[in-house]
Design a protein around this ligand. Structure first.
Ligand SMILES: NC(=O)N[C@@H](CC(=O)O)C(=O)O
Length: 350
């Protein structure tokens, strides 16, 4: 029986770090084990220009624990007034790694997102020319579409037409949650189409949120779907297909903001993500594919080198992790997978 597993140091290809006190509290949770992360730009106000991204990167670097080599990979928040020249310049100097498209109103802090794709075509054409990936929050927001169908409808009405219009654009369907999404991504060329899968969507389905009482800490967007979709995500993540890679979408909110009549969307998984993933891959009988999912497929898609250092997962007695982490403004509950975690992380080692 395998009880030690050494992998290249992983990266997180979709992470919310926020700002200020929250940034200082949550960054160490990711920087402890991960080498790099794609940093989501949905601050208030959002990270729209190259100058905004440079300032935000500096704030992240200032909040980083001492002697920690974590590297934030910055993104811009696409708006209908984004300047294609600014995007090109930011990509050319290596300041940004991707641009994020939020359909207006789709999720936390997305009010400045895109309503009309025609208005951002110049930017998208520039991105296609220079090979800069577009990260998509893949949900339509029209009120007549059921929230559980938002991703599938997005694929049919937005993603597939966009890719036909601009086949050269390198696209990542972020936090895919459906079999429809998995099937679409798997049918597209691996050089231009990828998808991130979160830790929590590999574990929970919609029953976890709603059956036997409402559990706000499992509420996130896209909302978890029925178990057959969760199983399709597990199959994709553990398949070895390079189109699928880890993006935790760890999205911290103060408990006080989640436990409300209208609570915020987001699961905070940074603290125990690798232990959760080891459990998922072990149950699928595919521990040998965890390195691909967490450490190799992402760099390959983003055309970045894999990390030199490694981490080791060691199986033993249940791992202790805090139920919540403290911030200056109150606690943030850590994701509870609902089962004990037996894989402890050692390292990174050089
Ligand atoms: N995933 C979430 O439920 N929330 C994210 C936004 C997002 O990625 O949708 C957040 O910023 O809180």
């Amino acid at each position: 029986m395998t009880d030690r597993l050494t992998l290249r140091q992983p990266d997180d290809w979709h992470l919310h770090l926020r700002d200020g006190d929250m940034l200082r509290a949550v960054l160490p949770e990711t920087a402890r084990h991960f080498a790099r992360a794609i940093i989501m730009p949905n601050l208030v106000p959002p990270v729209v220009t190259a100058a905004d991204a440079a300032d935000y990167r500096d704030r992240i670097m200032a909040a980083k624990p001492l002697n920690n080599g974590f590297k934030p990979l910055m993104t811009l928040y696409l708006t209908e007034t984004t300047d294609a020249k600014d995007v090109r310049a930011a990509a050319e100097i290596g300041l940004i790694t991707a641009v994020k498209l939020y359909p207006a109103g789709a999720t936390t802090n997305s009010a400045s997102g895109v309503r009309d794709l025609d208005k951002v075509m110049r930017v998208l054409e520039t991105m296609a020319q220079i090979g800069l990936p577009l990260c998509l929050h893949g949900e339509v927001t029209t009120p007549d579409v059921d929230i559980f169908d938002r991703e599938a409808v997005f694929i049919d009405t937005v993603l597939a037409p966009l890719r036909e219009r601009l086949p050269g654009l390198r696209t990542v369907l972020e936090h895919v949650t459906t079999r429809d999404g998995v099937d679409y991504v798997a049918s597209e060329p691996e050089d231009s189409m990828g998808a991130t899968i979160t830790t929590h969507h590999l574990i929970i389905d919609r029953n976890h949120i709603l059956a036997g009482g409402i559990r706000p800490h499992y509420y996130c967007l896209p909302v978890a779907k029925r178990a057959t979709h969760r199983d399709a995500l597990i199959a994709a993540a553990t398949s070895g297909d390079p189109r699928f890679f880890l993006g935790t979408d760890s999205a911290p909110h103060l408990d006080a903001a989640k436990l409300q009549p209208c609570g915020c969307a987001g699961c905070f998984t940074a603290t125990n993500t690798l232990s959760c993933l080891a459990e998922v891959f072990e149950r699928a009988g595919t521990l040998d594919r965890l390195e691909g999912f967490a450490s190799l497929h992402g760099p390959a898609f983003y055309k970045l080198p894999v990390n030199e250092r490694s981490i080791t997962l060691v199986k033993g007695a249940p791992v202790a992790y805090p139920a919540a982490i403290d911030t200056a403004e109150g606690p943030v509950t850590v994701f509870d997978p609902g089962f004990p975690l037996h894989w402890r992380v050692e390292g990174p080692q050089t």
